[in-house]
Unconditional design. Structure first.
Length: 53
């Protein structure tokens, strides 16, 4: 039971830390271009330039 005194604040802190990291990533535009990364991973730069993307 005494371990809960330490574990609950640690769990709350880690949860808030994760929420803060998620909100930071949303504000800085990390999720704006989801398709662009897929094209860059699959196609070479030359093919992308020809298509105009």
């Amino acid at each position: 039971m005494e371990g809960l005194i330490f574990l609950i604040p640690i769990a709350l802190f880690l949860g808030l830390l994760g929420l803060g990291a998620f909100l930071w990533s949303m504000r800085t535009g990390q999720y704006d271009d989801l398709d662009g990364d897929a094209y860059r991973a699959l196609f070479e730069e030359d093919e992308m330039d020809k298509d105009g993307k």
